[in-house]
Ligand binder design. Structure first.
Ligand code: 13P
Length: 292
């Protein structure tokens, strides 16, 4: 079965059912921070720490995706240790390739397959670079780039069509929460996306309350759990099996000292981590906290 979507520039279809069991996951969203040195310092350490039960995903700024891919040993481009990194790399390239199970992804993707779109990149391009994931609908893009629910939905569908798993972000403003609109806002964001996707298509949902992003004011575990349970219930109205298989991440001021209590909640399957992911030690502490 195929679902067809009209995007502004093209018609695309989502042919693949990528259903898979629900995974525990920690995603590092570096946003527009970091540099080559951070790639070369962190990837070998992260690769060496990855365990089978929790996925680790690094989403660097787009210019570093190629380097992260090489360091993760997944791009098919093989370098000697001296070429890939300076002194901070502890593993040789061969050792790195055999041990690395770090995945990587982009922070955004275009809502068309190709075209005269200066400064954008397509889901196919990400797939070609070995990206397993792409974040779509982050509140910073919804806000600064005026991305509406429909655009986010088309971006998610573009990813699925290209074999890239979308990490779809939803979240309410503080004013929504204060006026009792949290669930209505989240339902609207989610319901824009689900009908455009093949039922059981593999995607990751990230609940990021906008008021918690970069503020140090994380949602309490109970508050986040309530929302995650609501989101899973919404998913179940489309397909109960789908609802059980979708990984739902929490994002918004996840730190080394609050990750364990958040991840202990039954519907929180891991984290989408901004600021704290730039520090390798903190990221590893958060990553290990998801192994429960
Ligand atoms: P912080 O972890 O810095 O609050 O950022 C969260 C986020 O936006 C991740 O996508």
């Amino acid at each position: 079965m195929q679902i067809t979507i009209d995007s502004p520039d093209a018609t695309i279809s989502c042919p693949v059912n990528l259903a898979a069991p629900r995974a525990k996951m920690v995603v590092a969203n570096w946003k527009m921070f970091g540099n080559l040195a951070l790639c070369r310092e962190s990837l070998p350490r992260l690769s060496a720490a990855v365990i089978d039960s929790v996925e680790l995903v690094v989403c660097p700024p787009a210019p570093y995706l190629g380097e992260v891919g090489r360091l993760a040993g997944r791009s098919g481009v093989h370098y000697g240790a001296g070429e890939v990194a300076g002194e901070s790399v502890h593993l040789g390239a061969k050792e790195l390739e055999s041990r690395s199970r770090v995945h990587y992804g982009a922070q955004d993707v275009a809502d068309v397959t190709h075209g005269a779109r200066t400064g954008e990149w397509s889901a196919d391009m990400l797939a070609e670079l070995g990206c397993r994931y792409a974040i779509v609908g982050h509140s910073e893009r919804r806000d600064r780039h005026r991305e509406c629910n429909q655009t986010v939905a088309v971006k998610a569908a573009m990813c699925i069509a290209a074999g890239v798993i979308p990490i779809v972000c939803v979240g309410e403003l503080m004013s929504d929460r204060e006026s009792g609109q949290t669930e209505a806002v989240l339902a609207e964001q989610l319901n824009a996306i689900l009908p455009l996707m093949e039922k059981n298509a593999m995607f990751v949902l990230a609940y990021e309350p906008v008021w918690a992003i970069g503020t140090g004011l994380a949602a309490t575990p109970e508050m986040a759990q309530d929302v995650h349970a609501f989101l899973r219930h919404q998913l179940a109205t489309f397909s109960p099996t789908w609802a059980e298989s979708v990984t739902i991440l929490y994002g918004g001021s996840v730190k080394a000292d609050n990750a364990a209590s958040l991840f202990a909640m039954p519907d929180i399957d891991g984290g989408l981590v901004g600021g704290a992911s730039l520090n390798v030690d903190d990221l590893l502490t958060i990553y290990r906290a998801a192994n429960i």
